[in-house]
Write a protein that binds this ligand. Structure first.
Ligand SMILES: Nc1ncnc2c1ncn2[C@@H]1O[C@H](COP(=O)(O)OP(=O)(O)O)[C@@H](O)[C@H]1O
Ligand SMILES: [Mg+2]
Length: 481
């Protein structure tokens, strides 16, 4: 994976990353809210011993104090002192509980001891710290006074008393949030990479061409408008989708220069991959270029053409094949110039049989004689072999794959069933490719510049880009060797 791939991955899967970060940060906030705040109050004790008259004595005295300091820090954390403090303040807690909240430490080579006490109440933290220190002073005096009642060997003074702490020491709000954010980011990126690894849908040209074994001849962008009106009116339409279809039309003409395919089956592996919509618009794109085109409904199971083009569905291919109507009277003029359609007719019980019949071959041959192009919409290949059967009477097949939806194995299976019957595959077409956001970046990859933002289109930069892409198109159309 290159850095570009990684950046692309992050952009495509930003939602997972964002969601994980939100969950982690909310978790951190919850931890902050649920943690009981604890306040810390500190005092400082000074340990002194009676200094000697000579330098050597002073040195001895110092060493003596430092050894004392180490013992005192232990005593400060001890049960005896805790109990004495509790008794003095009349606290409602066990000695052990208080011990857990007392810390005492000293810096090496000093005679200072820092004592800190944690408590849920800032005032009580201060009171305990002070009482504990005072008690300790008394305790040391008792311990260090020799039995004969002479001066004690060492003595402790409270050098600095505690004050009421302003802010709690736990929870560490900012730190917890930072940890939440970081963990969320790491986990999110991890999940994004994992999803990418597990994702076996087809998203780029290389993959599509590898699975189908033929070149990419078109990328039809997603266009929400097509859900309402599947057919593009080419005279007035300069949308990305219309442009993509014009490009596809040009590529078709280059597919076999000596004998360009004129009877073309449009199919895909699964339902709802845009076969019918794309078939209609390929037909319209060809009609725009002054060709007489007939669009044949070859999907006799879930016919859509008559619905998408507002035609009569009950007369059509199946009734011609069953000998109920003749071809001439079954063809319907559409509202588009130069586009004729043959709808499905009543749904037959045996579509595969009808489509594989000699009559079907004759009908298609007759259409080939009368029109410049015959575009046949068909059923998905994973469900039934109708498309492969139709392909036998056609010049070739265009196989569609829905961008980021069609899975590698589904497409491979579909291509396999076409190859099994020796159907010539003309090329592969991506349908419903995203036009905005992260994935649209992949277009430059496909060598198809279908992505342009409104500002790019109008600006100088946009014009430059369009010229560039035109230049590239002219230089790169045609089937790949
Ligand atoms: N390029 C596109 N942009 C947006 N929606 C599309 C596009 N192509 C097809 N669709 C929508 O996808 C759905 C399935 O399309 P259809 O052409 O009927 O697929 P199929 O024939 O493969 O079952 C329909 O709702 C259609 O409007
Ligand atoms: Mg369909």
């Amino acid at each position: 994976m290159t850095i570009q791939d990684f950046v692309k991955l992050l952009r495509t899967r930003w939602l997972i990353i964002f969601a994980t970060v939100v969950v982690a940060v909310v978790g951190a906030v919850a931890v902050n809210l649920l943690t009981t705040p604890l306040y810390e109050a500190s005092t400082r004790l000074f340990v002194s011993t009676s200094s000697g008259a000579t330098l050597a004595d002073t040195y001895q005295g110092n060493r003596f104090s430092q050894e004392r300091v180490i013992s005192y820090t232990e005593l400060l954390k001890g049960e005896t002192l805790a109990q004495r403090t509790i008794d003095k303040l009349d606290l409602d807690m066990a000695a052990e509980e208080l011990q857990d909240n007392v810390k005492a430490s000293s810096k090496l080579d000093t005679v200072l001891i820092n004592v800190s006490v944690l408590d849920e109440s800032p005032v009580r933290a201060r009171d305990i710290a002070d009482a504990l220190s005072d008690e300790f002073v008394v305790m040391v005096r008792e311990l260090e006074t020799p039995p004969d009642g002479t001066m004690p060997n060492a003595r402790v003074v409270v050098e600095q008393r505690a004050s009421i702490p302003d802010d709690p020491v736990t929870p560490k709000t900012t730190r917890n949030l930072a940890i939440g954010l970081l963990l969320g980011l790491l986990l999110g990126v991890g999940l994004a990479v994992l999803r990418d690894v597990l994702d076996n849908t087809i998203k780029d040209r290389e993959n599509l061409e590898e699975v189908t074994g033929v070149g990419l001849v078109g990328s039809i962008p997603l266009d929400k408008e097509r859900r309402k009106t599947p057919a593009i009116s080419f005279e007035s339409d300069n949308s990305l989708m219309a442009e993509a279809l014009r490009k596809l039309r040009t590529n078709l003409q280059f597919l076999a220069v000596d004998n360009p395919p004129r009877v073309i089956v449009v199919t895909s592996s699964m339902p709802s991959e845009g076969k019918s919509t794309t078939a209609i618009n390929i037909a319209l794109a060809l009609a725009e270029a002054e060709n007489e085109v007939v669009l044949v409904e070859g999907d006799l199971r879930r016919p859509r053409i008559h619905k998408y083009l507002d035609l009569v569905g009950t007369v059509g291919f199946s009734s011609v094949l069953a000998g109920q109507t003749d071809l001439e009277e079954s063809l319907q003029k559409t509202r588009f110039p130069r586009l004729t359609a043959l709808a499905s007719g009543v749904l037959p019980p045996n579509p595969s049989e009808l489509l594989g019949s000699e009559t079907a071959k004759k009908v298609l041959d007759e259409l080939r004689g009368r029109f410049d192009y015959v575009i046949i919409d068909s059923s998905p290949l994973l469900a039934v072999t109708d498309a492969a059967i139709l392909a036998a009477s056609a010049d070739g097949v265009l196989i569609m794959a829905r961008h980021a939806h069609t899975k590698r194995d589904q497409l491979a299976h579909a291509v396999g069933s076409l190859r099994d019957v020796g159907a010539p595959l003309l090329g592969a077409v991506f349908t419903m490719t995203p036009t905005r956001g992260a994935s649209s970046y992949s277009y430059r990859y496909y060598g198809e510049t279908t992505t342009q933002s409104a500002s790019e289109k109008s600006g100088i930069f946009g014009r430059f880009r369009r010229n560039l892409s035109e230049h590239r198109r002219l230089g790169s159309v045609g089937p790949r060797a």
